[in-house]
Design a protein around this ligand. Structure first.
Ligand SMILES: *[C@@H]1O[C@H](CO)[C@@H](O)[C@H](O)[C@H]1NC(C)=O
Ligand SMILES: *[C@@H]1O[C@H](CO)[C@@H](O)[C@H](O)[C@H]1NC(C)=O
Length: 407
């Protein structure tokens, strides 16, 4: 299928490369497999998106006071400097019905100053604003209209307000399938006159990972996350099956972070964040950052863990060894001949010894490597050859970067 790109014409990929429009051959620079195909590129999402979204903590209870205080807290806590740039309103931001002229409008009680004013405020702090809609007649809350049949109007409205990101949900759909409804908004956004990050939220139906990269910058591979250990592991396991489809420009999305919402222990939240980091998942904070604790901030702003997520190669790390129902090794290639290695103990009771072999993590046998523990911020003494073994407590993990020495 020919794609419409930002130059405004339907073109074959080769012709586009010749005239220099914004298409990239991601596979050529990152060394990925054949799944890393040519894609239409809006210039966004060169690394997984980082930001905040209202849903996991506030649900429908949002308003401009909450969002402005969130913006202020993102800046004052240092989260913005750590890389979190998008401030995304989820469901319930809009008025219940369209205007007489057919436009979406902000809910006048919750956002009396309107979305344009909010976008201006967000931009004045160096951040970007995201909105939410659905590829159906209503959004999931049924408190606002969806964009089905109004894609062009809504995309232009969002662009005129200065919106930078759209999360597009899948409630109140008609009989047509996701491959019809989600591309429509992709084209509408590309014709809107503003680069808008497109986050598909069709819950992993229709194997979205296999086509999401042609239309959007990230795609949900799972149902909704919740603040439980089971949910977090379920989602990341489901997401792992699609690892080969992630690449600069488009990412698998196992859903937003629950870190800081209180349902998990500190160690469990470290597992949650480590898995999202190594799997190149979007890092979208889902807690109330206005009263963020030191512990939560310590997890979300760990620069060494964020650097794994934001590595320029954009290669999704995956499970490379499952020893039994409790212990696993996850690994992924990083720039500079390095590997990220996660030793995971899913068990609830025992401390376990977990070994990552060089064969499993993709290092040449006999190669010596240094191991950096990115949660302890310390490089282990000595060099490792062939394997790395560590003790890992129940519902915990260790996350290392292996750097070969004297290759
Ligand atoms: C805004 O929302 C917050 C959080 O839900 C709530 O505590 C506050 O009362 C609301 N403020 C207004 C003006 O509606
Ligand atoms: C949380 O998610 C898990 C599946 O991942 C599901 O079994 C459970 O019902 C969910 N809990 C709630 C409260 O939604």
């Amino acid at each position: 299928m020919a794609e419409i790109n930002r130059c405004g014409a339907a073109l074959l990929p080769l012709a586009v490369a010749l005239i220099g429009c914004s298409l990239v051959a991601a596979g050529a620079v990152t060394g990925g497999g054949s799944a890393r195909r040519l894609l239409v590129d809006n210039g966004l999402a060169r690394t997984p998106q980082m930001g905040w979204n209202s849903w996991n903590h506030f649900g429908c209870d949002i308003n401009e006071t909450v969002i402005r205080s969130t913006v202020d807290a993102l800046v004052s806590s240092g989260l913005t400097s750590a890389g979190y740039k998008y401030v995304n309103l989820d469901d319930c931001w809009a008025d219940n019905q369209r205007t007489k002229e057919g436009y979406m409008a902000a809910n006048p009680e919750k956002f009396p100053s309107g979305i344009k004013a909010l976008a201006d405020y967000v931009h004045s702090k160096g951040l970007k604003l995201g909105l939410y809609s659905s590829a159906g007649t209503r959004t999931c809350s049924n408190r606002m209209p969806g964009s089905l049949g109004h894609e062009d109007t809504d995309a232009k409205t969002f662009a005129s307000w200065g919106v930078d990101y759209l999360k597009y949900d899948n409630c109140y759909r008609d009989d047509s399938n996701e491959l019809v409804r989600f591309p429509r908004m992709s084209h509408a956004l590309r014709n809107s006159g503003r680069p808008i990050f497109y986050s598909l939220c069709e819950w992993g139906y229709m194997d979205v990972a296999t086509w999401g990269g042609s239309y959007g910058n990230s795609w949900r591979t799972t149902g909704d996350i919740n603040d439980t250990w089971t949910s977090i592991l379920n989602n990341i396991d489901q997401n792992d099956a699609y690892a080969k489809y992630a690449k600069p420009g488009g990412w698998n999305d196992p859903d937003m972070l629950e870190v800081g919402n209180g349902g998990l222990t500190h160690d469990e939240y470290i597992v949650h964040f480590s898995l999202w980091a190594i799997a190149k998942a979007p890092l979208i904070i889902g807690c109330d950052v206005t009263g963020i604790s030191k512990e939560t901030l310590g997890i979300l702003s760990n620069p060494e863990v964020i650097a794994i997520n934001q590595d320029r190669f954009g290669i999704q790390g995956r499970r490379v060894r499952k020893y039994d129902d409790e212990i696993e090794v996850w690994a992924g290639r990083l720039s500079g001949h390095r590997k990220a290695v996660l030793l995971l103990n899913r068990g609830a009771t025992s401390r376990r010894s977990i070994t990552a072999t060089w064969a499993d993590v993709g290092l040449r046998r006999g190669l010596a490597a240094e191991a950096r523990d990115v949660w302890k911020h310390e490089t282990l003494p000595g060099r490792f050859a062939g394997r790395l073994t560590a003790e890992v407590g129940p519902h915990s993990c260790k996350l290392f970067i292996l750097t070969p020495v004297g290759r």
